[in-house]
Structures are given as C-alpha cells and as structure tokens.
Design a protein around this ligand. Structure first.
Ligand SMILES: [Zn+2]
Length: 244
C-alpha cells in the first residue's frame, strides 16, 4: 500500500502544511483538511479515481476541503458514486456544506453514499479490511486501521488505539505538541510526540509517522523527534506530498 501525505498540519494550514489528509493507493482518502485538495492535484492524484473518504472526526481542520473536493469531482464530470465514511453527523455535515455553498443541483452527476459508523465497527471497503476504534478527543474521534496502515485522527494517548494498531506496518499518530505541554494537550484531547512514540512502541508497529504538526511546533521538528526517539526508533515527521 502506498501512502501519500496530502496534509501534515494540525488546527490551521500554514505556508508549509495543509491540514490533515492522506491517501492510500491514490484511491482511499483519509480526512480532507483545508489545503489538501490542491495538494491532491499537486501529487498527481486524479479526483475521479478516489473511491472513498474516511473522516476521523468532524473538526474543520479534518474536513474543510470536502467542498473543494466535491466541486472538483463535479466539475470533472464524475459519474461514479463516492462513498463517505465517518462518525455520526457526517451526512448532515456534507449536505450542509453543499447547501451553504449553493451547489447547483445539476452540477453533481454522481451519487454520494454515506456510512456513519460507531468506533469499534469493522467492515470491508474497496476490498480492504477496515477496523476502527475510539480515539480520545473532545468530540467523537474514529481511529482507522485500513489494511496495514493505522491512523489516529486527533487523540490523547489511547489504549484502544494501541489495540487497533498492534502489528501495523505504519502508524500515523497525531503529535500536536512537545512533552512539556502534555497536561494542556490532555485537556484538549491531543498527544505529544513522546506519547505518540510510546503508543507506537506498545503497538509494536514497524514505523511511526508523526503528523498533525501544529503551527506551535512546526519549527521545532528536532525537539519533536528528540523527545520521541527514546521511546521508539523508526520515526518520521510527516511533510506534505511525501510518499511512504
Ligand atoms: Zn485536528
């Protein structure tokens, strides 16, 4: 499975980073944070080939580009159905966005299928086993394991994510701050890079990708890595348009 990072940032986009978005094999999209649609085009991904979108949770930094994505697909005359998987409220969110954008009814010539799940649900999508587990965030967060790739969404350290990710080739774990901010991060349902590495170690994954790099730490990559490395060895910090 090939993973392309379409957005490595967290909370707000910056000059260097779009917000949370990843794509597997150019067809399985995970989150659609602001700036990610343009990165999809830059990465050479054809929006017409994208089959399904998995949303971790309904904070804007993980879905604000749903509008550009659907308008882009419509403009390109998509006719294939498009599936959107996410927590309760996903269908209403997407319909509201399209409605507030005054999307002309004749513009979209494809059907959207919504699958609202509860964390813990298991199913098959695009021929791939998908497992889910609850993250530990201020609103409901769904962590996904899609094949051998696991993704946390936004979460404080979570035992259920350890169980979900155990044995994954790749764990994409959010790292919103440094160890000295852990008490604050816990309050807002986020993790430090050190805590992400502890989860990766407990889950015995092959590789950890630290992502959701917020503006507060975007110029502190060395500190993020140095605090994580004692806990787990095989770590990379996500950058936009990197392929793994
Ligand atoms: Zn976020």
């Amino acid at each position: 499975m090939k993973l392309t990072v379409l957005g490595s940032g967290g909370s707000v986009q910056t000059l260097e980073r779009a917000c949370a978005s990843y794509i597997i094999d150019n067809k399985i999209l995970i989150d659609a944070g602001p700036g990610s649609y343009r990165n999809m085009l830059k990465a050479g991904v054809d929006p017409l080939q994208v089959r399904v979108l998995f949303l971790s949770h309904l904070h804007g930094d993980h879905f604000f580009d749903i509008g550009p994505l659907i308008w882009g697909m419509s403009f390109m005359q998509r006719t294939e159905p498009f599936t959107i998987v996410g927590p309760a409220g996903t269908s209403a969110m997407v319909k509201n966005v399209l409605s507030l954008a005054n999307t002309p009814p004749s513009f979209m010539k494809f059907a959207m299928k919504f699958i609202e799940i509860r964390p813990g649900d298991h199913f098959v999508s695009e021929g791939t086993n998908v497992l889910t587990a609850p993250g530990n965030h201020v609103i409901e967060d769904v962590a996904y394991r899609i094949g051998d790739i696991s993704y946390t969404g936004d979460t404080a350290p979570s035992d259920s994510i350890v169980n979900l990710a155990t044995g994954s080739k790749l764990l994409i774990h959010e790292a919103s701050g440094l160890a000295e901010s852990e008490s604050f991060l816990k309050e807002v349902g986020h993790s430090s890079s050190r805590q992400a590495a502890q989860i990766a170690s407990r889950a015995k994954v092959e590789k950890l990708l630290l992502s959701h790099i917020t503006p507060a730490v975007s110029n502190k990559k060395n500190e993020l890595l140095n605090q994580a490395k004692p806990e787990f060895n095989n770590i990379e910090i996500a950058e936009d348009l990197v392929m793994l």
